[in-house]
Structures are given as structure tokens and as C-alpha cells.
Design a protein around this ligand. Structure first.
Ligand SMILES: Nc1nc2c(ncn2[C@@H]2O[C@H](COP(=O)(O)OP(=O)(O)OP(=O)(O)O)[C@@H](O)[C@H]2O)c(=O)[nH]1
Ligand SMILES: [Mg+2]
Length: 308
């Protein structure tokens, strides 16, 4: 049986193989599987290091397994040079769920991701989707450009903070609040949880007046499995909200548009580098610009207009 058929059946070894290929830049399989994607629900989990993101994913997964859901988990770590399954325990510290039938976990890092980490993550998520995962969690340590890019492909983004995050809400976490659909203050067993929850709710109410969805702010003690059921209900509510308002379809279409644009830009860029401006031609041009025989503005304009 060929790789695509096996993948669509959810064969884990085939999935692992397909992921490696995609990470190595061989993306041809994506075209074949694409018609079979779009069924998974994408959930982003982001927040500062050590906030309890993996613990939350772990607990959510256990509960979703009881509901007979299949779960894909991608841990993205832009700061780590390692990738692949080898350092699984690295940032996704999971309990025994990794060994469960309906669960597939993959760590992603900067190494070997020629097309960029966010890009590869999106492609790997498509493979999960095609393999029939009902739900795909993407955990990122945020917030940087990679996290923002990845949040862009998620249907629901959960931002995990801790009581200590309170001091820096105004500045450092501003980017995180922008992308949040649900805010979780984890480690609520520690002091200061109520204060930060109150502050975040205040910000949410302000934002809710201009946008349709007022992101809920809730407390969890993930390590003790407290608040996880409520979090699942909130994810369900957000999903219902998206569907009821037509935002689900609209957001996914917007995502497709961005993706196509991104791919076109990449394609053009690599064509330019490879075929259109040969290195020797570029070298000569640079020489002429250096000696002020030509200027960069006119030169670029001439090349661009010769293309179209
Ligand atoms: N006190 C307390 N500790 C917790 C809670 N939830 C998780 N932890 C602990 O916090 C530590 C970090 O948890 P992780 O789930 O690995 O956090 P993370 O956000 O995934 O960490 P990185 O992926 O490294 O950024 C672990 O030692 C957890 O046991 C909680 O509710 N209360
Ligand atoms: Mg983690």
C-alpha cells in the first residue's frame, strides 16, 4: 500500500515517516493528502516557559481520549536546535498518554527546517489532520513571531499564564493577549492568582466591546487536574461561537488566503534567487552600483518590469 493510503488510515509509522520527509523539505505528499484535510480542530497553547502548557495538554488529552477522540500534539520550541522524536521529553513533558493508541506526539525545533519553523509546523499539522486526528494541539513557548504565525492557523488559541505573570501584563504579555481566545491562569495554587484574573478580565471586557468574543479568563491547577473540565467547556463554547457567527469559515478562508500568498511569495523568491538573477549577473550589477555607474533603484525597477 502506498504511503498516502496508509497515512489516511492513521498508521503511526507512516505518519512519522511522512513528517520526516516534510521536515526535510519534500512537500509533494501534501498535495495528495490535502483533499483529506480540514476535519481536525486546531488548538494552540502558548505562554511563558514553564507555565504548565504541557501539563494542561496532557490533562486535556486524557479527558478527550475518554470521549473517543484521537489527538495529535505538536510541541514547537524555537529555542532548541533539536527536532524529531528524539527529544520528546524536552519541552513536552507528558505522562503516559504518549503510549496511548489514539495519541501522536511530535516535537519540532529549528534544526532542519529550511522553510522556517512555523511553516513546517503548519505542514506537519496537515499530516496529522489527514491521518484523522480529531483534535490537534500545538504547544509553543511565546511570544515571538513563530508563535504568532502558528496562532494564526489555530481555531482556538489558549494563552497560559501564571500568577507571577501579573507584573508584566501591560508590556510583555500584550502580544499574547492579542491572540488569546481563552486565558488560563495556571498554578492557581500559588498567591496572586485572583489578582491577575481580575486584571485580565478587565482587559478582556474592554476588548470585548470592539470584538465579538470576550475571551474568558479562568484558573486552573493543572497538576491536580483542577479546572480542566471547565477549560474543555470553554473550548467547546468558543467553537460554537465561531460556527454560529460564521467566523469559523471566514477565519479558515482567511488562513487559506494567507497561506497561498505565502507560498506564492516563497516560490517567486526562490525563482528569483535561482533562475532570474543568476549570481554572476548579480555580481556584475553590484559592481556597477558600487562604482555608481548604476543605482539600485533603477536597476531593481528594470529587473522587476522585465519579469511581468
Ligand atoms: N504548583 C503548580 N505547578 C504546576 C501546575 N501545573 C504544572 N505545574 C508544574 O510546572 C512545571 C512545568 O510544567 P510544564 O507543563 O512542563 O510547563 P510548560 O509550560 O509546558 O513548560 P515549557 O514547555 O518548558 O515551557 C512542572 O514541574 C509541572 O509539574 C500547577 O497547577 N501548580
Ligand atoms: Mg511544555
Amino acid at each position: 500500500m502506498d504511503i498516502v493510503k496508509k497515512l489516511l488510515k492513521g498508521d503511526k509509522r507512516t505518519l512519522a515517516r511522512a513528517i520526516s520527509e516534510v521536515e526535510d523539505g519534500n512537500t509533494s505528499i501534501l498535495k495528495e493528502i490535502y483533499p483529506h484535510t480540514g476535519n481536525a480542530y486546531y488548538i494552540g497553547i502558548t505562554g511563558p516557559p514553564g507555565a504548565g502548557k504541557s501539563t494542561i495538554v496532557d490533562k486535556l488529552t486524557s479527558k478527550l481520549l475518554v470521549r473517543n477522540k484521537t489527538i495529535g500534539i505538536i510541541g514547537v520550541d524555537p529555542t532548541s536546535p533539536f527536532s524529531g522524536g528524539a527529544l520528546l521529553g524536552d519541552r513536552i513533558r507528558m505522562s503516559d498518554i504518549a503510549t496511548k493508541e489514539g495519541v501522536f506526539i511530535r516535537s519540532m525545533a529549528s534544526r532542519g527546517n529550511l522553510g522556517g519553523l512555523a511553516h513546517t509546523t503548519k505542514n506537519v499539522a496537515l499530516l496529522f489532520d489527514a491521518a484523522g486526528m480529531d483534535c490537534i494541539f500545538i504547544e509553543t513557548v511565546g511570544v515571538g513571531q513563530v508563535e504568532l504565525d502558528i496562532a494564526g492557523v489555530c481555531d482556538t488559541t489558549i494563552v497560559v499564564l501564571v500568577p507571577e505573570s501579573g507584573d508584566s501584563i501591560q508590556t510583555m504579555k500584550a502580544g499574547l493577549l492579542e491572540i488569546a481566545d481563552i486565558i488560563v491562569v495556571n498554578k492557581a495554587d500559588r498567591d496572586g492568582a485572583d489578582r491577575i484574573v481580575a486584571e485580565l478580565r478587565f482587559v478582556s471586557e474592554l476588548r470585548g466591546k470592539t470584538q465579538g468574543w470576550e475571551y474568558p479568563v479562568m484558573k486552573t491547577i493543572a497538576r491536580e487536574d483542577k479546572g480542566i473540565d471547565e477549560l474543555i467547556s470553554l473550548i467547546d463554547s468558543h467553537k460554537e461561537y465561531l460556527e454560529r457567527t460564521g467566523n469559523f469559515e471566514q477565519a479558515r478562508k482567511q488562513r487559506i488566503k494567507l497561506r497561498v500568498q505565502e507560498l506564492i511569495e516563497e516560490g517567486i523568491k526562490s525563482r528569483i534567487e535561482k533562475d532570474i538573477i543568476k549570481p554572476e549577473v548579480m555580481e556584475k550589477l553590484v559592481e556597477k552600483i558600487y562604482t555608481r555607474e548604476k543605482d539600485p533603484f533603477q536597476s531593481a525597477e528594470e529587473i522587476t518590469s522585465s519579469l511581468f
